[in-house]
Design a protein around this ligand. Structure first.
Ligand SMILES: Cc1cc2nc3c(=O)[nH]c(=O)nc-3n(C[C@H](O)[C@H](O)[C@H](O)COP(=O)(O)OP(=O)(O)OC[C@H]3O[C@@H](n4cnc5c(N)ncnc54)[C@H](O)[C@@H]3O)c2cc1C
Length: 409
């Protein structure tokens, strides 16, 4: 029998396991998936935990529930990948040989990359919301906070879900209004980007929204260190910003196993053909989701758009055919903007987020690059879609490739 080995049973790996089980002859193929953690976290839900909109139990389910019975699941840490020998070693001492390897080990935060970030004040008055522990600790802190200066800082790009810090800011503004302390909280957003977001038009719309909500933007801010004693952050160009509460989006990197296996770039992201999703170096190695270095957003929606291309190309490769360059960098993100409103952006490698309607041209019901209540409900429905459709790799009412229909420039 031949073996497909999938590393990581998060968003991307789970979708691939489901699709492969559906498409391959299981008399001929063995599908194995490995993950260190038995729990599947709905990471977009972490955003809502600090503000009491979701609690931790709303965002976690057993990984097994989402994998088909024909797939072998191994819960273990991965020790090393040896792609020249088509072999993976696990920390439980198992050695797995494969014919095809799919890497879906994602990315995670590394706060230790910034000096002072984890020194003493971590989860006391410095928090992340990219982990369930960070989001829950911040929730406990905010329950009793009376106000002061809250600084939200992105340490460096790329980060997963690049709109999440903006959503956090908009929700914080709403939350402090609800608690009648907005006038006692100064909110500062210190970002390495030249504006609110990466793409010019969206950056201008979102920048205006920050301004309208009285959130101060400190652009081109590249943090060098945190001084937790003086409660300030310092940039490489010597700009100091004091804080009472620091919410950080620490450096995002691929998993250490990628570094141990010498397969990644300086941030442990795996070089991959951005159109075919095949590894640049090993033709039987494919990468889905955040683990690769494709220059698009690191998001669950993107992993879903990658899925069809990855599947088709792997099946073609098994038949001795060339992979097709079909992945266009398509990303689609709801941006929760507070007060039960939201924005939707849809873009790819070449086209920046534009105004319009989605998914039905002219009708919507979602509005692109514009606030609406329907967009908010889309964001809230995403959790149901994630658990019930996306993870199973089910069809969505739109194509993997971005379309210009319904957009105006
Ligand atoms: C706060 C926040 C908000 C977000 N909001 C959105 C949103 O609104 N919309 C959206 O589309 N996306 C959003 N995302 C991003 C989305 O969650 C990720 O992009 C998506 O989960 C990536 O899927 P993945 O399969 O690449 O990685 P993951 O889902 O992270 O899975 C990686 C898996 O690999 C396993 N793993 C890694 N290394 C090892 C190892 N050495 N040994 C064993 N197992 C290993 C991990 O345990 C994990 O299960 C958000 C993320 C965060 C943090």
């Amino acid at each position: 029998m031949k073996t497909i080995l999938i590393l990581g049973a998060g968003t991307g790996g789970t979708m691939v396991a489901n699709k492969m089980a559906e498409h391959l002859d299981l008399q001929e193929w063995r599908i194995i998936i490995v993950d260190r953690d038995e729990k599947h976290y709905y990471q977009p839900g972490f955003l809502f935990i600090p503000f009491d909109i979701y609690s931790p139990i709303d965002v976690v389910k057993p990984k097994r529930n989402f994998l088909p019975p024909q797939v072998e699941i191994i819960f273990s840490d991965i020790e090393i990948i040896q792609p020249d020998d088509n072999r993976v070693q696990l920390t439980n001492n198992q050695v797995l040989n494969y014919d095809y390897l799919v890497i879906a080990t994602g990315s995670r935060i590394y706060p230790e990359e910034t000096e002072g970030l984890k020194d003493g004040a971590w989860h006391k008055n410095i928090f992340d919301f990219y982990t369930i522990e960070g989001a829950s600790a911040l929730n406990r802190f905010l329950k009793f906070w009376k106000g002061g200066r809250m600084v939200v800082n992105i340490t460096e790009m790329p980060i997963k879900c690049p709109v999440a810090p903006l959503e956090f800011l908009f929700l914080a503004d709403w939350f402090f209004h609800q608690r009648s302390i907005r006038d006692k909280v100064e909110i500062v957003f210190a970002t390495p980007l030249p504006g609110a977001f990466t793409k010019p038009r969206a950056s201008s719309v979102l920048g205006d929204m920050l301004e309208g909500k009285g959130i101060l933007l400190e652009a081109d801010y590249n943090i060098m260190e945190v001084d937790p004693t003086k409660q300030l952050i310092r940039s490489y160009d010597d700009r100091e910003i004091g804080y009472d509460l620091l919410v950080t989006i620490p450096t995002n990197m691929g998993d250490e196993v990628i570094e141990r296996s010498d397969m990644g770039d300086e941030l442990n992201f795996i070089p991959v053909d951005k159109y075919t999703l095949q590894s640049n170096k090993w033709e039987n190695v494919w990468v889905i989701g955040d683990a690769g270095n494709t220059p698009t957003s690191k998001a669950g929606s993107v992993a879903h758009f990658m899925l069809d291309v990855l599947l088709e190309n792997m099946l073609r490769h098994m038949e001795g055919l060339e992979p097709l360059p079909k992945f266009d960098g398509h990303a689609n993100c709801f941006i929760e903007s507070g007060f039960e409103k939201g924005i939707l952006i849809d873009f790819n490698y070449d086209v920046e987020p534009l105004p319009g309607k989605f998914p039905l041209p002219g009708f919507g019901p979602f509005s692109l690059l514009k606030e609406s209540a329907v967009n908010h409900w889309g964001k809230m429905m995403f959790r149901w879609v994630y658990w019930n459709m996306l993870l199973k790799g089910e069809e969505m009412p739109f194509e993997s490739q971005m379309t210009m229909a319904g957009k105006w420039s």
